[in-house]
Design a protein. Sequence first.
Length: 82
Amino acid sequence: MLEATKERLHELVDALPASKVETVHRYLEALADEAFLDALRNAPEDDEPLTEEDLKAIAEAEEDIRQGRTTPWEEVKKELGL
């Protein structure tokens, strides 16, 4: 099973458009970096209280969502070259 999965990953990498290669490379490098993964696993929970500014920004974002003032995920990915 592992070999079939690795083979499929190789196929996917080979099929990548040139514009995606660097993005996938950075992502795979991060996944392979055990120190990075350990840091994520062991990072303390963010326990800082929300500020008034934070709460206002959250309320504005929720209103934008209710009013449909959002950008579709597919469009965001295109803009980011993903």
